[in-house]
Design a protein around this ligand. Structure first.
Ligand code: SF4
Length: 383
């Protein structure tokens, strides 16, 4: 989590948009299907010159901030860089950012060949693969540009990592976008069969004006019901992997802390670097409308240090935006666990971000269930 030092915030996570295009065409993608066409103006791939400049800026930032941070190769689909550019990018970043800084890649998994895996092993790049569950659930939305499902290719990519002793430790987890019409127990079982040590789930994107797919009304609880089903499957599993969202919420329910943005009361220093070297806010904000992820000032790694960006009033306003300011959230007994949800999910055209999350009712349902479980556990311990 980020905190201010001398008025300047720290970096937690830097997402490098190393490729602006994708080899899949998932119908729910916030990059290409939320009305923001900015990706069309970006180079298809990040150039060596941009990577070199980013590495130099990040090394300088590491020297001045107290905590290490993570860099995530992101897209589009980052493996569209190709093997040569991927190797050079990883080599350059690793030279600038020794351990314990983490280098990760968030991939759709289609291009995970042994040659690519060799590179990821060489530079100790953690891998997270997007897969939505069993084939029928995954292929409903995660299709290629010809409309063909990608589950078989993604599963093969994950299996290729898991088959290699040197690569297996790199698989940090799998990431699933929730289809609230799917069976959460089936999704849990399918994600577990990947062998990944951890998985995470994301709700479908939306806001108060554009309801998330599968949500009938702001006060309906399709996602809360689905997450409660996932929680049941998780708690019934004698050998569970980690489930990041549920673990964070359970820890917060028990008075602990979260590890990632979206729940809880911690704030995070997250920046996105586009293929041309421009620096933007967390791109999940695209869900709030075209351009919502852009700073007013045009920051660029070629002209500005991270210290300048992190110390700017614009960054401070973006950083503070993580705290919900709707009156209903300020008075909510679940605020410490929910945190007001993802910023983009609070958006309405009428009130900006001055709303609770569009998933408020869902959050309350899951939190009530977790509180009841904690109370029951306490009661049985006391008995
Ligand atoms: S979004 Fe809803 S559950 Fe979350 S803090 Fe705000 S009022 Fe509470």
């Amino acid at each position: 989590m980020s905190f201010a030092r001398g008025g300047v915030h720290q970096l937690d996570t830097v997402l490098l948009k190393v490729a602006s295009r994708c080899n899949l065409d998932c119908s729910y993608c916030y990059v290409y299907h939320m009305g923001d066409e900015a990706w069309r103006d970006q180079p298809k791939r990040m150039s060596d010159a941009v990577v070199d400049q980013i590495a130099a800026r990040l090394a300088a930032q590491l020297a001045v901030q107290e905590a290490p941070f993570s860099v995530v190769l992101h897209g589009g689909e980052p493996l569209l860089l190709g093997a040569r550019r991927l190797e050079r990018t990883c080599e350059t970043l690793r030279a600038a950012l020794p351990h314990p800084c983490g280098i990760h890649i968030q991939t759709n998994g289609v291009l995970l060949s042994d040659a690519i895996i060799d590179i990821l092993v060489r530079y100790d790049v953690g891998v997270s693969v997007s897969i939505d569950g069993p084939q029928a659930v995954h292929d409903r939305f995660r299709r290629d540009h010809q409309g063909k499902g990608s589950h078989a290719q993604v599963s093969a990519g994950i299996a290729r990592i898991m088959a290699r002793e040197d690569a297996r430790p790199l698989l940090a987890g799998v990431l699933a976008v929730i289809d609230p019409q799917s069976d959460p127990a089936e999704v849990y079982a399918a994600l577990k069969t990947t062998g990944a040590p951890s998985f995470d789930v994301l709700p479908r994107d939306g806001n108060w004006d554009t309801l998330p797919f599968g949500k009938a009304a702001p006060d309906s609880v399709e996602f809360g019901t689905w997450l409660s089903g996932l929680l049941d499957a998780y708690l019934a599993d004698p050998t569970p992997p980690r489930v990041r969202l549920l673990d964070d919420m359970l820890r917060l329910t028990l008075g602990g802390f979260a590890m990632k943005e979206g729940v809880g009361g911690a704030d995070y220093g997250i920046l996105v670097i586009e293929p041309d070297g421009s620096v933007e806010k967390n791109d999940t904000l695209k869900v709030a409308g075209s351009g919502a992820d852009r700073f007013g000032y045009r920051w660029s790694v070629f002209e500005h240090s991270f210290a300048e960006i992190l110390g700017s009033d614009e960054f401070l306003a973006y950083y503070r935006q993580q705290r919900p300011y709707a009156a209903v959230c300020a008075a909510c007994p679940d605020l410490g666990i929910c945190g007001g949800g993802m910023v983009a999910h609070r958006w309405s055209n009428a009130r900006g971000y001055d709303n609770p999350s569009i998933f408020c009712a869902d959050q309350r349902l899951v939190i009530a269930r977790m509180r009841a479980l904690a109370d029951a556990a306490n009661a049985s311990q006391a008995a």
